[in-house]
Design a binder for this molecule. Structure first.
Ligand SMILES: CC(C)(COP(=O)(O)OP(=O)(O)OC[C@H]1O[C@@H](n2cnc3c(N)ncnc32)[C@H](O)[C@@H]1OP(=O)(O)O)[C@@H](O)C(=O)NCCC(=O)NCCS
Length: 250
């Protein structure tokens, strides 16, 4: 495959929850070149200079993806710093989320009137079935074990990724650590998912969470949205409720 230009845009794509941009990252922890840093607002450059190695590379890649997406939505190139939990502080009226893996950074952005967003990117390899009992609730584990062995890893990875995306969308609301056991993910065959929350404090919520996933080369991308009617407890949308058990996927 031809070498990708580091920090160039891999693609921008409209997806159901908003606009998604991916940026190529160099598989190299060297300092980010000055001409690349110069594409960011000054406050982000200052923050990037405090970071080392791959952390600097991924931060810059995520911000480039975020600004590319915001630019497509005609938003100004204002700095986007993080709150004290690490969540990007989006411009008024906008929702957004970032994820990065070694050679790719992604950002998902939409108007916040459509809901808040969480996104996660995971590599398909290597398989790490050993995390199942930590990541999955007992009923999810039982469903996983009922699947043919060749489907178990992708099912576990998808659930793991969805839970990371859930964390990104819920942590800014709850302002606390959320354990993997506090979410139960239902996967559907049509690249959608829903999430039931089992929050430790029942007074937190209810929240309506809606999920989408897509396969990329060697990776899976998951997206979660809290609907603006988050506290109503209403169904996520008109035609999709909780999963109907038998069509669990993959
Ligand atoms: C915070 C966490 C979800 C980040 O995921 P990750 O796979 O390590 O890293 P990713 O590359 O996918 O995402 C990193 C980006 O997430 C965003 N992020 C970090 N903390 C965040 C938070 N509290 N809220 C929202 N977004 C956050 C940031 O944009 C960050 O990139 P940046 O620092 O360059 O801006 C993860 O490290 C974590 O703590 N997970 C354990 C908790 C959990 O997932 N529980 C499951 C609940 S059901």
């Amino acid at each position: 495959m031809a070498a990708m230009t580091p920090f160039s845009t891999a693609f921008t794509q409209a997806v159901q929850f908003g606009l998604l941009t991916a940026v190529h990252l160099p598989d190299d922890p060297s300092p980010v070149p000055e001409q690349v840093l110069a594409r960011l607002p000054e406050a982000e450059i200052e923050h990037a200079r405090t970071l080392k190695g791959y952390r600097q590379v991924s931060f810059v890649g995520g911000r480039l993806a975020l600004h590319e997406t915001l630019g497509q939505l005609r938003m100004p190139n204002d700095p986007i710093l993080c709150d004290d939990h690490g969540c990007p502080i989006m411009p008024e009226g906008m929702a957004g989320s970032i994820s990065h893996k070694r050679t790719l950074a992604i950002a998902l952005v939409a108007r916040s009137r459509h809901g808040q967003l969480g996104v996660d990117l995971e590599d398909l390899n290597p398989e790490r079935m050993g995390v199942a009992s930590k990541v999955l609730r007992p009923e999810e584990l039982a469903e996983l074990q009922a699947l043919p062995p060749e489907r178990q890893w992708t099912s576990l990875l998808l659930r793991f990724s969805f839970k990371e995306a859930v964390y990104k969308v819920l942590n800014p609301q709850l302002r606390r650590y959320i354990d993997f056991q506090e979410a139960r993910v239902h996967l559907d065959l049509d690249l959608t998912a829903s999430v039931d929350l089992h929050l430790k404090d029942q007074e937190e919520g209810p929240f309506s969470l809606d999920g989408r996933y897509q396969w990329m080369e060697g990776r899976v991308l998951t997206m979660v949205r809290i609907r603006p009617d988050a506290h109503s407890g209403a169904p996520l949308n008109g035609n999709k409720g909780r999963l109907k058990g038998s069509s669990e996927a993959p």
